[in-house]
Ligand binder design. Structure first.
Ligand SMILES: Nc1ncnc2c1ncn2[C@@H]1O[C@H](COP(=O)(O)OP(=O)(O)OP(=O)(O)O)[C@@H](O)[C@H]1O
Ligand SMILES: [Mg+2]
Length: 359
């Protein structure tokens, strides 16, 4: 097991594409770091540089005490699990798992012990004689994990390992991966563009955009205090509502005629400064009509989700979504009044999108 450190890592592909533009962070020994961001933001490139599958254009990657920039993938003591499991179709599950160890000249009885142990951990002991095509998607994913586990690497690298699975299986495998990583205590870096996966798996969340890091932190902190409008709308589902507003006084924003208190807002902004105000659908509460600090919300339709419901409509003439428990009844469609806890009002610079938080 080992700490992984990235220092100002850059990647420029042949042809001049700047895929990663100077990224620095570290993952403590045994930590679970998730890289999340939209398609093309450089997640796979960064992971492949840690794996040694892609050269590093500038900066440094260390695994444990060792700078690995010039060390080949086979000697980095890492194991990688990809989206398309890449199992050998003509080999049994057992042989797929044993393959890497055989290549390294591991003694036969040691291979047998490790394969059987991994199979037990992953509950695929009964499948060892089968070929990959005789397995379900989830079972194949387990075999791919098994192949990584038998190597006993210092670091696990995952690139969207669950994206080919159906929704139910994804949730199940997500929990299994987390349990497994905890049980084995191996440092992990996991790439996904699924923000729910990112929130639930990580103990360190790295949100990327356009080859750069937008925010790094504990998942709960990133959710509670997104550093930018980009992070605010990327993390959380349904996404945060963003509305244009203006500064009305220290810690106060105006949305049209309505006034909102924002406790985390910087106090030094001049009145009338244009800002963007972010309100999460789940932070909105129904108020009584005309209640102080309440906003008028014109509900157009209600979406029932089972455990919760979503009210869709317009706030100050802009599309707005609110999430409510199923026992909350809005008078079907029509105007209701809503409030938001002042600690949960987010304000962003209207030009740069940066959070205008207290320092
Ligand atoms: N071999 C390559 N040569 C040139 N450009 C590349 C190469 N591989 C990736 N890129 C470019 O680098 C950028 C980052 O790609 P990367 O695959 O790292 O994105 P990603 O975040 O993993 O996206 P996705 O979520 O779609 O997998 C993209 O603009 C991509 O087109
Ligand atoms: Mg990718």
């Amino acid at each position: 097991m080992a700490q992984v450190t990235l220092t100002n890592v850059k990647k420029v592909y042949a042809g001049g594409v700047e895929a990663v533009k100077g990224v620095s962070f570290d993952i403590p020994d045994g930590g679970f770091c998730v890289l999340v961001g939209p398609s093309g933001c450089g997640k796979s490139t960064l992971l492949r540089m840690v794996a040694g599958l892609e050269t590093i254009s500038a900066g440094e990657v260390s695994i444990g005490e060792r700078v690995v920039n010039e060390i080949g993938p086979a000697d980095r003591d890492i194991a990688m699990v990809f989206q398309n499991y890449a199992l050998y179709p003509h080999m049994s599950v057992y042989d797929n798992m044993a393959y890497g160890l055989r290549n390294r000249g591991t003694p036969k009885d040691e291979i047998d012990r490790r394969v059987k142990e991994a199979a037990r951990i992953l509950a695929i002991e009964g499948l060892l004689e089968r070929r990959p095509k005789q397995l379900s998607g989830g079972q194949r994913q387990r075999v791919a994990m098994g192949r990584a586990i038998v190597r006993k690497p210092q670091v696990f690298l995952f690139d969207e390992p669950l994206s080919k699975l159906d929704a139910k299986l994804r949730v199940q495998m997500r929990v299994e991966i987390k349990k497994l990583q905890r049980a084995l205590g191996v440092t992990a870096i996991y790439v996904t563009h699924d923000q729910v996966e990112a929130m639930t798996l990580s103990d360190k969340l790295v949100v990327m955009n356009g080859g750069q890091v937008e925010q790094i932190g504990l998942p709960a902190d990133v959710y509670k205090k997104p550093a930018s409008k980009f992070v605010a709308t990327f993390i959380g589902s349904p996404p945060m509502n963003i509305l244009p507003g203006t500064i009305d006084g220290p810690g106060i924003v105006a949305l049209g005629d309505a006034i909102l208190e924002a406790r985390d807002l910087r106090q030094d902004l001049p009145a009338q400064t244009a800002v963007e105000v972010g309100l999460r659908p789940e932070d909105v509460e129904i108020a009584s009509e005309g209640e102080a600090g309440s906003l008028p919300f014109d509900v157009e339709f209600i979406e029932e989700l089972g455990a919760t419901q979503l009210f869709h409509g317009q706030l100050a003439g802009l599309p707005f979504v609110m999430q409510a428990a199923t026992d909350v009844v809005a008078a079907q469609a029509g105007r209701i009044w809503i409030t938001v806890d002042p600690d949960r009002v987010h304000v962003f610079d209207s030009m740069t999108g940066v959070r205008l938080g207290r320092v």
